[in-house]
Design a protein around this ligand. Structure first.
Ligand code: ZN
Length: 309
């Protein structure tokens, strides 16, 4: 049983439209699912990914309108690292992000920047042989597009988590300190700890909620028992419609999810129309007439390109 790298990363936004403009507009990801937060159906849960919505490229946001901006601290993921093809892509993104008013920092073959709410991202030149997971965008040549996750960095003391990561989850320790790789048959991702800042963490807009690691569908129950036996107090296997999930907090405090590869985002709409309509899981579908009018209408940058075709 091996985890296949990162499945998705879920973060928090206070402004769904600004979030959509940035992730689908500026970064060129595809909005592959527009749903609602299952704890509060008057607000959005947005999923962005590559063109086909593959695990390994999926960043999702819960919207909490007007929530104050947070600050990553101990026990939280503070940076999301994406792969790009090479130095040419780093230069392209430096220019593109600068032209949208951001202030990216280039260090050799990496580029760091924050989204409009302060969530930190980094682009790095892909070293792994994994399939590039890219989305189409008329202003972004395919060979320069984001290619999916390389890894995430968290703030924490690594020692309490070392045994769980290595002996239970099968993360492979790598040289250079608190650094591991979760690699399966097809994909892999890094998990890295950095020294936490002295400021207290504050959950809020622009912070990561959890990271999900990809499992084979037939192994999720077995993973649930494995992490339970390791003392993590996981949830039962929860059906999220697009995948099935188990949640637990790893000892250093970061919220982990294990999520199945599939059934995926085409379970309730065709590939060519992903993310266009509001998708409600079967539990909420009968409430559509109540839910839809409470949501602010979103303008997807992709609609404008579709009209230009
Ligand atoms: Zn999740």
């Amino acid at each position: 049983m091996q985890l296949e790298g990162i499945h998705h990363v879920t973060a928090i936004t206070a402004d769904a439209q600004r979030n959509l403009d940035f992730y689908a507009g500026t970064l060129g990801l595809r909005l592959v699912k527009k749903s609602v937060n299952q704890d509060n159906t008057s607000v959005y849960h947005l999923f962005y990914a590559d063109e086909t919505g593959e695990p390994g490229s999926d960043i999702t946001f819960f919207e909490y309108p007007n929530l104050p901006t947070g600050r990553a601290g101990v026990g939280m993921i503070h940076r999301i690292v994406w792969r790009v093809a090479g130095a040419e892509a780093i230069d392209f993104w430096h220019d593109r992000l600068t032209n949208t008013g951001l202030d990216p920092a280039q260090t050799g073959e990496t580029l760091s920047f924050t989204d409009p709410e302060g969530l930190a991202h980094e682009l790095t030149v892909a070293q792994a042989p994994d399939e590039p997971l890219t989305a189409h965008h008329p202003e972004i040549p395919a060979n320069l597009a984001l290619q999916g996750f390389d890894g995430v960095r968290a703030y924490a003391d690594p020692e309490p988590s070392r045994t769980l990561l290595e002996d239970t989850l099968g993360f492979d320790p790598k040289p250079g300190g608190a650094r591991w790789e979760a690699r399966g048959e097809h994909r892999g991702s890094f998990y890295i700890y950095d020294l936490p800042p002295s400021e207290r963490p504050r959950k809020g807009a622009g912070t990561v909620h959890h990271v999900a690691w990809a499992t084979r569908p037939e192994e999720i129950e077995s993973w649930q028992r494995t992490v339970a036996d390791a003392g993590t107090h996981p949830t039962p296997v929860i059906d999220r419609h697009y995948f099935r999930s188990v949640y637990f907090r790893e000892p250093s405090g970061v919220l982990f999810e294990l999520a199945t590869i599939g059934p995926g985002f085409t379970i309730d709409e065709p590939l060519e129309h992903l993310g266009e309509k509001l998708s409600l899981t079967p539990r909420y579908e009968h409430l559509r007439e109540q839910i839809e009018p409470t949501l602010t209408l979103l303008r997807n940058p992709r609609d404008a390109w579709a009209r230009l075709k």
